[in-house]
Write a protein that binds this ligand. Sequence first.
Ligand SMILES: Cc1cc2nc3c(=O)[nH]c(=O)nc-3n(C[C@H](O)[C@H](O)[C@H](O)COP(=O)(O)O)c2cc1C
Length: 173
Amino acid sequence: MDAIECMKTRRSIRAFLDRPVPRTVVEDIVDCGRLAATAVNIQPWIFVAVEDARLREQIADITDYGKFIARAPVCIAVFCSNVKYFLEDGSAATQNLLNAARAHGLGSCWVAGHKKKYAEKVRDLLGVVPIIVMTAYGELDTAVAAASGDAKLVPSVASSPQGRRSTSRSRRT
Ligand SMILES: Cc1cc2nc3c(=O)[nH]c(=O)nc-3n(C[C@H](O)[C@H](O)[C@H](O)COP(=O)(O)O)c2cc1C
């Protein structure tokens, strides 16, 4: 898949198969994150990849709209130290993570962190500096996606009235 196709076909995925993501793939995704543009090349980020099911459940519980983290085989949290452009740096890295996941054939979803009241709780749970975002990864569960009627995820439902309705952008944080 080339970069243009990757960016144009990435979608937020919130239903995952219960199948582990190989460690090499997780490492490659993080590698793409750390190669993002960053103000004065300061690279202020820390990436925390969480595979442990109990810890993912705890993270999911803390979030408002990230409950699916409990069912995603991997959650990668992005933290940045408190430099001037930490939010831009962390966001650039996060988008790289999501695109890299897409290139590896995985679904992923950004879950709000920094502006949330729960940001500090996640930071304390994982023991690092200010939170930017959590992201969930796994293979798309097409059965769940088709049942939701989301035509962005499953083109075959696009022709049904339910499918057409669901193409509007969902209102999540
Ligand atoms: C800053 C930010 C915060 C987001 N927070 C959440 C979230 O907490 N939960 C969630 O399910 N999706 C979240 N999303 C994903 C958006 O809902 C999603 O990107 C948007 O609906 C567009 O869908 P698409 O990614 O499939 O194009 C967030 C996206 C961004 C950029």
